[in-house]
Design a protein around this ligand. Structure first.
Ligand SMILES: Nc1ncnc2c1ncn2[C@@H]1O[C@H](COP(=O)(O)OP(=O)(O)OP(=O)(O)O)[C@@H](O)[C@H]1O
Length: 358
């Protein structure tokens, strides 16, 4: 190669490096811009609205959003729980949000509250309900989530609405399996992939919501740590809900990942038996779902616990999920699997099936 060739080679290298570095800088600047939240200070209420940047929030202005939010009335209420009331908010007939009004305001909290919320906003996973932003005022706080059009697993499983023909439509096995796997993946993500790792502390069927594809999305993570539940809400105790709490929690009062695994085991039992953990029939007999199931197994009558709506589905799959539930419900936390292992065991059911079908 002559001198001219060498020169041309070096010029090409320089040009390519220049273009690549420009692209990298642009991508980094775009990412930084994306991370910046939109903050709107409302001089009338003395509150602050923070909207996390995301494709869904891109087209909205915080002022318009806040105006709509402040106009929510009782007819927009979806439900209420230990932390407050949840409203449906539809913007421009197309964007749907669930706004959770927390009963206490920012006057009761320190700056850690906002830090936690921002960390919650960074969590994006297909099995976790996205937090899009929050509003913080001295008297109350609002959390803005994606609206889950198919409601909660609790409603779907236990309040089957009578159709026009009067028939009830119980959830079929493929849907139950899909929900179990989706929820397990969401919790596993919180436990193992988030830095720092997150313990949910309140896993239950009303905190497993269903999106438009009936994909499970875990909600309310972090709330138990953010605030003490309302004292008027009887089902919630310190953090967590009766019927779902691991036995060791009553001794130690400490929330652990293995405590979440236990609560997930209770959700699996709900899916398998179709019964609520604190069903009235259990309360009358002074027992609860987990104790009842364990007693029936002791008598070797497992078949009596499975929801009669599931009898025409593959019993081998149902039985494996039942065994996974029992592992999660071990009294000794160290004997329970991790959520990562639970996901793998649940996934194995379908991959074994595929191998057999081949
Ligand atoms: N993002 C959402 N999309 C659709 N519905 C929701 C959403 N978040 C909550 N809900 C519904 O609102 C109702 C109240 O929810 P909330 O989380 O406040 O209470 P809970 O989970 O029932 O009880 P607790 O507060 O003790 O956890 C529930 O019926 C729930 O299904």
């Amino acid at each position: 190669m002559g001198n001219a060739g060498v020169l041309a080679f070096y010029i090409t290298i320089c040009c390519v490096s220049f273009v690549i570095s420009k692209i990298i800088i642009s991508v980094l600047l775009y990412k930084r811009w994306q991370r910046k939240n939109i903050v709107f200070q409302d001089s009338i209420s003395g509150g602050k609205m923070v909207m996390f940047r995301s494709p869904k929030m891109q087209a909205l202005t915080s002022k318009a959003f806040l105006k709509k939010t402040m106009r929510l009335t009782n007819k927009d209420i979806i439900g209420s729980g230990g932390y407050g009331t949840v409203y449906r908010l539809i913007i421009n007939d197309s964007l749907a949000f669930a706004v959770k009004r927390l009963n206490r305001g920012s006057a009761d909290r320190d700056r850690g509250f906002e830090r936690e919320l921002k960390a919650m906003g960074d969590i994006k996973h297909r099995n976790i309900v996205t937090l899009h932003g929050y509003y913080s005022a001295p008297q109350f706080n609002l959390l803005i989530y994606d609206l889950m059009p198919n409601g909660s697993l609790d409603t779907l499983l236990h309040d089957t609405v009578a159709g026009t023909s009067g028939d009830k439509k119980p959830l079929d096995w493929p849907s139950r399996y899909k929900i179990a796997l989706g929820a397990a993946r969401g919790i596993s993500y919180l436990h193992h992939d988030c830095i720092p790792h997150i313990i949910h502390r309140d896993i239950k069927s009303s905190n497993i919501l269903l999106d438009q594809n009936m994909e499970a999305r875990v909600s309310d993570f972090g709330l138990a740590t953010l605030m003490e539940p309302d004292n008027t809400h009887v089902s919630t105790f310190v953090a967590g809900t009766f019927g779902y709490l691991a036995p060791e929690y009553f001794d130690t009062g400490k929330a652990t990942a293995k405590g979440d695994v236990y609560s997930f085991g209770v959700v699996l039992l709900e899916l398998l038996t179709g019964k609520r953990p604190m069903d009235e029939a259990f309360l009358e007999e002074g027992t609860k779902l987990v104790t009842w199931v364990k007693a029936v197994i002791y008598e070797k009558k497992e078949e009596h616990v499975i929801d009669s709506n599931l009898v025409c589905y593959p019993m081998d799959e149902v039985n494996i999920v039942f065994r996974i539930a029992l592992m999660c419900l071990e009294s000794d936390p160290s004997k329970r699997p991790t959520m990562n292992e639970v996901v793998k065991m649940l996934e194995q059911i379908k991959s074994d099936k595929l191998l057999l079908d081949c």
